[in-house]
Design a protein around this ligand. Structure first.
Ligand code: AMP
Ligand code: GLY
Length: 424
């Protein structure tokens, strides 16, 4: 098989790394890829939003399968374009990707199909938002409707904070058209878990749950990011709750999307809060998680190319996935300043790591003048696998300083709460 991976993050590096281990896969391409992916695949300089160019390239090279990493091309309709040309592609169509592309759509959808989620109001003006805030009180959660790279959600603790955010959104248009509408949402408490399933529109198979650490700083403080670390197993989730998530969230979502005439294929990602009243959806993503994929690929025993092709062809059948008993952990090395402004073009050096249990996935690194520089805020995912989660975390943390650049920063508490809970 010849497989194309679309994206340039550590998630796509992990996907390419896993594809490389498949006896079915002869060639791996990435668009645009990164310096780490370039060591194991052929990178072509086509941007993730250049859908027509990507389809032309896949057609010319007769790709047997394309796997899309990020949400942007999915919401722009990359899958529709490939399907029009009879090219196998893993991911949802544009209409199905609205589950992530529009938080107003997904909230209405969950309401219609009685999928448990936080109560919310969709608002198109400052006045509407203020009225909703009166109803929900503080803290409340404000979310821009459209895509905002994980930065469109804030938890506001006071009227002053809320009004400042509403001003940025509606008057300064900080998020442009993505924020023509916003959600004012009830604040939920509990542990978060990332639950994914691969689906061909009717059948589905769950991935090993993972836990993601979204806040920028230790102790779950600071702004939301794309994710600063992860581990699998999630630890905070037992088998009974996982079964409840499948029954109350995953199955009705797949059935509901089919009923809406938007059959969902690809990876369905539910960000779930385990509340005292049961699991509730915080958000859907229409793709694999980042950094969750990095730890899931370390644990997946089966052939990723095989299962993704089955999903793309609509014949998943009763495929089951097997996961190593070992735990996997990931620590994200970011540039100081991320998720806000951060310097780009800094030289990145990764010292040799002589522990076969450790794998470093690059994110947004590019070769420049014989060196390697960063173009993204998250520069690398340092991952490790071991018999226990605490050993996997220890190995990842031991290797983390080997990724060196000016302003390198990482959270020092990934996994600690999960480990604490397990002790209790
Ligand atoms: P989202 O992009 O909607 O997942 O939001 C990003 C992050 O904000 C989530 O992972 C949670 O940590 C937090 N969050 C979102 N919605 C809520 C909510 N209703 N209650 C509490 N925290 C939330
Ligand atoms: N780690 C969260 C996400 O992939 O959106």
């Amino acid at each position: 098989m010849r497989v194309l991976v679309v994206g340039q993050g550590a998630r796509e590096h992990a996907i390419a790394w896993k594809l490389r281990q498949s006896p079915l896969v002869k060639e791996v391409y990435a668009a645009p890829g990164n310096a780490g992916i370039a060591a194991i695949a052929d990178c072509v300089n086509i941007g993730v939003a250049d859908i027509i160019e990507l389809a032309d390239f896949a057609e010319k090279l007769k790709m047997d399968l394309t796997i899309v990493g990020p949400e942007l091309p999915l919401t722009l309709g990359i899958v529709d374009e490939f399907q029009k040309r009879d090219l196998a592609i893993f991911g949802p169509t544009r209409l199905a990707a609205e589950l992530e592309g529009s938080k107003a759509f997904s909230k209405e959808f969950m309401r219609k199909y009685a999928i448990p989620t936080a109560d919310a109001r969709v608002c198109s003006s400052i006045d509407e938002a203020k009225a909703a805030l009166k109803e929900f009180g503080y803290p409340s959660v404000l979310k821009v409707d459209g895509l905002a790279s994980g930065k469109g959600v804030v938890i506001v603790g006071s009227k002053r904070e809320a009004e400042e955010y509403l001003r940025l959104v509606f008057e300064e248009k900080k998020f442009g058209n993505a924020a023509n509408r916003i959600l004012v949402e009830e604040f939920l408490t509990g542990e978060e878990v990332s639950f994914m399933a691969l689906t061909d529109g009717t059948k589905f198979v769950s991935l090993a749950p993972a836990k993601d650490y979204k806040k920028a700083f230790d102790g779950e403080t600071g702004p939301n990011t794309g994710g600063m670390g992860a581990h699998s197993p999630a630890v905070v989730l037992n088998g009974e709750t996982a079964a409840e998530i499948v029954k109350t969230i995953i199955m009705p979502t797949i059935q509901g999307m089919a009923a809406e005439g938007r059959p969902y294929t690809g990876c369905l990602y539910a960000g779930v809060m385990l509340t005292a009243k049961g699991p509730k959806v915080l958000e859907y993503n229409c793709r694999f998680g980042d950094p969750e994929t990095q730890v899931q690929m370390l644990r997946l025993e089966d052939d990723l190319a095989d299962v993704c092709l089955k999903v793309a062809r609509g014949n998943l059948g009763d495929t089951k996935l097997n996961w190593l008993k070992e735990a996997a952990a990931c620590v994200v090395i970011a540039v100081d300043g991320y998720p806000n402004d951060f310097p780009k073009g800094q030289e990145v050096v990764i010292d040799p790591i002589d522990d076969p249990a450790v794998t470093v996935f690059h994110a947004g690194t590019i070769p420049r003048g014989g060196r390697m520089v960063n173009v993204a805020g998250r520069v690398a995912s340092v991952c490790a696998r071991a018999a226990t989660l605490s050993e996997a975390l220890a190995k990842a943390y031991e290797a983390a300083p080997k990724v060196r650049f000016e302003g390198a920063r990482y959270r020092t508490d990934i996994g600690y709460r999960a480990l604490e809970q397990r002790k209790n």
